[in-house]
Design a protein around this ligand. Structure first.
Ligand code: SAH
Length: 227
């Protein structure tokens, strides 16, 4: 999967994509992330990417021109499956949406800033709008990183243990069971005995019961959704 991110503040994204799992995924050639500075595409002599809103009011609006030029340049190089605008009023991101999108090959993610982008960008250039939740952030960079991370960790070979992503919360319609590591006893805090028993079937059953119980407590809607 190749992800091209368009941002007015590209440095915000550097550290996130250059550490840990996301870096390894890129080093292994499983994912490519390219962050582009929208200012590089601005035809304004001060490299501006925003302007005052027509009709007045507070806040700046991101202009069509740099965004259009950046998207056109990328599209001249390869086909893109989606041009995604991160937006608080977009489709809410959840695991089923991430799963569906994880089979895409090339995507562009546009990060807004200020009051957002000129509506004509959304009408004519964007093919999908995604929100990471019903709250407003100051820019689309964190949302773009959230979406990219959720997608990349699903790509085959990215997580060391191939089954690991499948046992995460939401993947089987349940939240994850509790996990423990050494030591067996930390002060008075004990690891549940069944996990130390070596009895695979009992461990499996215990985890399933814990997942069900937690889902009932924390995400009852997920159980009701099941037909
Ligand atoms: N005035 C806009 C908010 C702009 S916030 C409105 O009310 O909808 C500035 C930018 O941050 C947005 O353009 C978007 O790219 C990003 N952003 C903020 N909150 C977000 C969220 N919950 N999900 C996705 N992107 C978000």
């Amino acid at each position: 999967m190749r992800i091209d991110i368009l941002s007015a503040l590209p440095r915000l994204l550097d550290s996130y994509f250059n550490e840990s799992i996301l870096r390894r995924a890129q080093q292994k050639g499983l994912a490519e992330v390219h962050v582009h500075d929208l200012r590089d595409f601005s035809e304004d002599k001060h490299r501006r990417v925003d302007d005052y809103p027509f009709g007045g009011g507070a806040g700046m609006v991101m202009s069509v021109q740099p965004i259009h030029k950046a998207i056109t340049a990328l599209k001249s190089e390869r086909h893109y499956d989606e041009v995604i605008y991160m937006s608080p009023d977009g489709e809410l991101l959840d695991q089923p949406l991430v799963n569906r999108m994880s089979s895409l090959r090339n995507i562009i993610i546009l990060c807004g800033h200020y009051k957002g982008v000129d509506e004509r960008v959304r009408e004519h250039l964007v093919t999908r709008e995604v929100s990471i939740g019903d709250y407003v952030l100051s820019g689309g960079e964190l949302p773009a990183a959230v979406l990219s991370d959720a997608l990349i960790r699903l790509l085959p070979g990215v997580l060391g243990d191939e089954t690991s992503a499948l046992s995460d919360s939401f993947q089987d319609g349940l939240v994850a069971p509790p996990a423990y590591t050494r030591p067996e006893q930390y002060g008075d805090w004990q690891v549940p005995g069944v996990l130390l028993s070596g009895h695979e079937a009992r461990i499996h059953e215990w985890r399933l019961q814990q997942s069900l119980e937690r889902t009932r407590q924390r995400r009852p809607g997920m159980l009701k959704d099941e037909k």
